[in-house]
Ligand binder design. Structure first.
Ligand code: HEC
Ligand code: HEC
Ligand code: HEC
Length: 105
């Protein structure tokens, strides 16, 4: 019985660390733009106090998997996807800060 609860605690601990390890420490690269690649940094967004569901919901990025949503500037400028926040209110405005996202190699 005690062995079982130790095991359960161990499993809970491991799954909690995995869940936290995904966005923090994790970066996603978007390399398809002629403006230069964009690095999405999970740690920066987590430290800004943003919850998973604020991005992983049916209207934005439903799947926790890279490449499922096509990101365009048209969508961002229209206030969708990254543009839900990157509009000069919650976070820096996409229209006047290309180089804070796009880095030419
Ligand atoms: C908040 C981050 C962010 C900012 C700021 C930003 N972009 Fe983007 N942009 C992206 C992402 C993410 C993609 C998708 C890239 C991919 O799929 O590889 C993208 C794609 C693009 C593309 C290719 C797709 C399309 O819509 O034509 C162009 C061109 C582009 N950006 C230009 C710009 C310019 C010009 C600016 C500044 C006026 C800008 N971006 C500012 C994140 C940003
Ligand atoms: C600020 C927005 C944002 C937040 C907050 C966020 N994510 Fe994501 N996440 C994304 C985007 C964008 C993608 C790529 C989706 C796509 O390309 O379709 C992604 C992808 C992922 C992936 C797949 C990575 C890969 O390599 O394929 C996982 C796993 C993930 N997120 C987990 C989480 C978890 C867990 C949280 C909360 C602790 C979280 N995310 C918070 C925006 C966010
Ligand atoms: C839920 C709100 C939210 C969404 C959605 C969001 N961001 Fe952010 N992002 C922030 C906040 C807040 C910061 C911290 C910087 C600030 O306050 O402007 C930030 C910072 C960044 C930075 C760091 C830039 C720097 O100079 O420090 C990059 C790059 C970035 N975001 C790209 C993206 C991309 C690409 C997407 C879409 C895939 C995205 N963000 C979606 C809120 C968001």
């Amino acid at each position: 019985m005690q062995k079982l609860s130790v095991l359960i605690v161990a499993i809970l601990f491991v799954s909690a660390t995995v869940a936290l390890a995904v966005p923090a420490k994790k970066t996603i690269e978007f390399n398809e733009s002629p403006m230069g690649s964009v690095t999405f940094d999970g740690t920066i967004h987590k430290e800004a106090g943003i919850k998973c569901k604020e991005c992983h919901n049916s209207g934005m990025f439903p799947k926790m998997k890279q490449g499922t949503v096509k990101i365009t500037m048209e969508e961002i400028y229209a206030g969708n996807l990254c543009g839900v926040c990157h509009n000069g209110q919650r976070a820096f405005d996409a229209k006047s800060n290309c180089a804070r996202c796009h880095v030419k190699q």
